[in-house]
Design a protein around this ligand. Structure first.
Ligand code: GSH
Length: 209
């Protein structure tokens, strides 16, 4: 069984939510670990196999390791028959791959620059800003309710997760706001919250004295 290293209310939460959506949470061993949070609280958990103590992190059945949310989400979707992405050769495959890489390669750096207020010509030159991200999203949403058209995909889960985590950084766009709300509605928030509360409780009980 693959092992997923997860910390509640973090970037690994979207992977847990994806597994729930696919009905495959039971097919993956979720190992809850502590992490160092943005405010400095928490700790690097010795239980966490990630080389830098981050989440998410996945160890496959054959013992290979996968880091980076996008890679993990694509792997799990493929492992379970690609219910949430177009297969190679199918329409939408190109935009799908583009969004999955745009998330880690552009959205995350632009988002971090925006919330830290760091401005540098090299950052803008390389990644652009949240203004361009907003324009790309609006353009991607013009043909349907989701980024690939009519069907929710892993691309929606990863891209919208940024704005579910940081709603104040959501581009001022009714189309984007409505899309984030649709992606949120597609996920089982009460069940996810119950899972996260239980995971947090388990972690709190295991804190070193
Ligand atoms: N680009 C990575 C980012 C992973 C990441 O930074 N995760 C945070 C949790 S939100 C973390 O583990 N932080 C702990 C640390 O930096 O020590 C991904 O999406 O997988």
């Amino acid at each position: 069984m693959p092992k997923l290293y997860h910390s509640p209310h973090s970037r690994s939460s979207r992977v847990v939510s994806q597994l729930m959506l696919m009905g495959k949470l039971d097919a993956v061993e979720v190992i809850c670990v502590d992490i160092i949070k943005g405010d400095g609280s928490g700790r690097k958990d010795p239980k966490n196999a990630h080389p830098e103590g981050k989440v998410p992190y996945l160890i496959t059945d054959t013992g290979e390791t996968i880091r980076e949310s996008g890679a993990i989400m694509m792997y799990l979707d493929e492992l379970f028959g690609q219910p949430l992405s177009p297969k190679p050769g199918a329409p939408g495959r190109g935009p799908y791959l583009s969004w999955m890489h745009y998330y880690g390669g552009v959205l995350e750096p632009a988002l971090v620059a925006a919330f830290t207020g760091v401005e540098h010509p090299a950052l803008v030159g390389t990644f652009r800003t949240m203004v361009e991200v907003g324009a790309q999203l609006e353009s991607g949403l013009k043909d349907g309710p989701f980024l690939l058209g009519d069907d929710l995909s892993v691309a929606d889960l990863i891209m919208a997760s940024a704005f579910l985590w940081a709603p104040h950084l959501m581009p001022e766009s009714p189309e984007i706001k409505a899309w984030v709300a649709r992606v949120a509605a597609a996920q089982d928030t009460p069940v996810m919250e119950a899972f996260e509360a239980q995971a947090q409780e388990g972690l709190s009980l295991m804190q070193p004295a």
